[in-house]
Design a protein around this ligand. Structure first.
Ligand SMILES: Cc1cc2nc3c(=O)[nH]c(=O)nc-3n(C[C@H](O)[C@H](O)[C@H](O)COP(=O)(O)OP(=O)(O)OC[C@H]3O[C@@H](n4cnc5c(N)ncnc54)[C@H](O)[C@@H]3O)c2cc1C
Length: 354
């Protein structure tokens, strides 16, 4: 957090229930920011700056204070997207003191596909040329991949007056999926993303299919990076399935020398193993689904719980996989009184019954 914060903006939100929304804000942002709550007010502090949100006469008064105009715009968009999401189907209004602040998203990067190759039978790596790598180095590692419809010139999103992202619709609708920047190659000016191929009979998998079919020269965009900074603790537990493997590999590669890392990764079989170079001291366990007894479930979740129970409380816990397992790990950590600032527990995908 910078000491000098010069860029400010205020907003007014009208939710159905101000208290409920303040509680939602606290519960969600605790994963991403320092959250201080009193009865009537919450203060969120992150590297983007601070957001004070207080209740006044059935309204939420929002004050943003950020170190740069870009951070202010990102902060406004983040707050707006989340508040509308928390409101769900309920009536909700949000206005800002400067609605015209920006109409262009600052953190959108058009990139060009350089190549695509299989790194394992189920993991496909796409390399993208990117003109400005600086935002992708050392910080947050997640992006939203935006793929325009085939045969149409891309129309990238802008910003609405209420701060939310204005997505193109109709024939210009984009495919939007979350991915991790697996690696940044500053010499070649490239970003790499590893896409799990998870074909399912009768179910479309557009994100995975993009990586399967993509051709050099195609233009897509990356929105971000955001969420999920590289942990800096001296001892880290990293656990997840294949969708989390790119993030696990990136964290392992970028920790400070000497960091103690325990890794648990669940993959289909031995052919899915990849090297995990790291300046840290790494202890890795591979779980192979192909070895599980028929009908077995929750093995990654249970092994992760055992590892958590055996480790010391200063260890940073990083866990990502399917939604239900993530919920289970979150409540396990809560039950142990694990400090929320010392963990990253996020669901990367969700079982659906299409
Ligand atoms: C912050 C973040 C970072 C991520 N990073 C990566 C990454 O680097 N690489 C990566 O491959 N994925 C990553 N994911 C997961 C990825 O976004 C999802 O797997 C996404 O659903 C894939 O989109 P799709 O179009 O292929 O399938 P969808 O259209 O979303 O889903 C189609 C069907 O596939 C099932 N499905 C989706 N994902 C999986 C999966 N992983 N395993 C088994 N079944 C699945 C769904 O239940 C659904 O039935 C990340 C997710 C998040 C939130």
């Amino acid at each position: 957090m910078n000491a000098v914060q010069e860029f400010t903006l205020s907003g007014v939100a009208l939710p159905k229930d101000v208290g409920d929304m303040l509680t939602e804000i606290c519960e969600h942002f605790v994963e991403h920011a320092d959250v201080q709550r009193t009865e009537e007010k919450v203060l969120l502090t992150s590297k983007l700056g601070s957001a004070s949100i207080r209740i006044k006469e059935q309204k939420l008064l929002i004050e943003l204070s950020c170190p740069s105009e870009k951070a202010l715009q990102m902060s406004r968009t983040s707050i707006a997207e989340h508040l509308f999401y928390f409101a769900g189907e309920d009536p909700f209004e949000l206005t800002w003191s400067e609605p015209e602040l920006r109409t262009r998203l600052d953190n959108i990067h058009e990139v060009t596909v350089v190549s695509a190759e299989d790194v394992t039978p189920r993991m496909r790596r796409v390399k993208f040329a990117c003109a400005n790598l600086a935002p992708f180095i050392g910080g947050d590692m997640h992006v939203r991949l935006l793929v325009p419809p085939k045969g149409r010139p891309p129309v990238w999103p802008g910003l609405r007056e209420d701060g939310r992202i204005a997505w193109p619709g109709g024939e210009d609708e984009l495919l939007v999926r979350n991915y991790t920047i697996r690696s940044v190659d500053t010499e070649l000016g490239e970003l790499w993303i590893d896409f799990l191929q998870h074909p399912m009979l009768g179910v479309k998998t557009p994100g995975a299919d993009f990586a399967r079919d993509v051709q050099p020269g195609e233009k897509v965009a990356l929105l971000g990076p955001g969420g999920g900074a590289l942990p800096t603790a001296r001892s880290i537990l990293l656990a997840g399935d294949e969708s989390a493997f790119p993030a696990i590999a990136r964290i392992a590669a970028e920790v400070s020398p000497g960091t103690k890392i325990q890794i648990i990764v669940e993959v289909m079989d031995e052919k899915e193993r990849q090297p995990l170079p790291s300046p840290g001291s790494v202890d890795i366990r591979w779980l192979h689904r192909s070895d599980y007894p028929a009908g077995a479930s929750g093995i990654l979740r249970d092994e992760t719980k055992k590892a958590i129970a055996a480790m010391d409380r200063d260890t940073f816990v990083w866990f990502a996989c399917e939604k239900e397992d993530v919920r289970s790990i979150r409540s396990f950590l809560k039950g142990r009184g694990h400090d929320k600032t010392n963990r990253y527990v996020a669901w990367y995908w969700e079982h659906t019954s299409e």
